[in-house]
Write a protein that binds this ligand. Structure first.
Ligand code: GRF
Length: 198
């Protein structure tokens, strides 16, 4: 098989989701193919962009879907219909539950704006600024049941300047994310392809 279908999960702006979609359009994401976008926030920008780009979207709030388990069961069916082999959490603001984990164990990766294990959870950029340190960064890791807790795949450090605000630091964190995430997606998809071709 030539391409590896991936699902991108996002809950907000979706700059990382958008970047992956644009790279694929420029033939720069091989062998990954952004097959679908999944969201728990139907009105978010990530969903709007994916629809414009003609990417199949599954987007519902947990409540509308009948709770977290029902949400994940429906999402897993949608992923399977589209032959998704890797799930990429890029600004997805929900903890993954057991239904999705059981179906895609070892094939879910998450992007986090800190050098894990430091600054897990919400507002990692604010946490780094409050800590008064000189360096933070971004991490891509495999997802397990714990919050921001699975094995690290790759990290990029980002320097914190004394003059940084949340806005300026977030902008540099995003630049680093837009480099690191596609690199990891390409590599993990290559590995999946090699394993399946064996
Ligand atoms: C990123 O900083 C990512 O690390 C975090 O959420 C943010 C999403 O940004 N998990 P965007 O929606 O892709 O612009």
């Amino acid at each position: 098989m030539d391409k590896v279908s991936i699902a991108v999960f996002a809950s907000g702006t979706g700059s990382n989701a958008r970047h992956l979609i644009e790279l694929e359009r420029a033939n720069a994401l091989h062998p990954a193919h952004v097959a679908v976008l999944v969201s728990d926030q139907p009105q978010c920008q990530a969903v709007a962009f994916a629809r414009l780009a003609n990417i199949p979207v599954w987007a519902k709030k947990h409540k509308e879907a009948g709770g977290k388990e029902a949400f994940e069961r429906a999402v897993v069916s949608f992923l399977q219909e589209h032959d998704v082999r890797l799930v990429v959490l890029a600004g997805y603001m929900r903890l993954v539950g057991s239904v999705l984990l059981d179906a895609y164990e070892g094939r879910i990766i998450n992007l986090h704006p800190s050098l894990l294990p430091t600054f897990k959870g919400l507002d990692a950029i604010g946490q780094a600024l409050d800590a008064g340190i000189q360096q933070t960064g971004v991490t891509v890791h495999y997802v397990t049941a714990g919050l921001d807790d699975g094995p690290v795949i790759a990290q990029t450090p980002v320097a914190i300047k004394p003059t940084d605000t949340k806005e300026t630091l977030s902008a540099r964190i995003h630049e680093a994310e837009h480099e690191l995430l596609p690199e990891v997606v390409r590599t993990v998809c290559l590995l999946l392809k090699e394993n399946e071709d064996k």
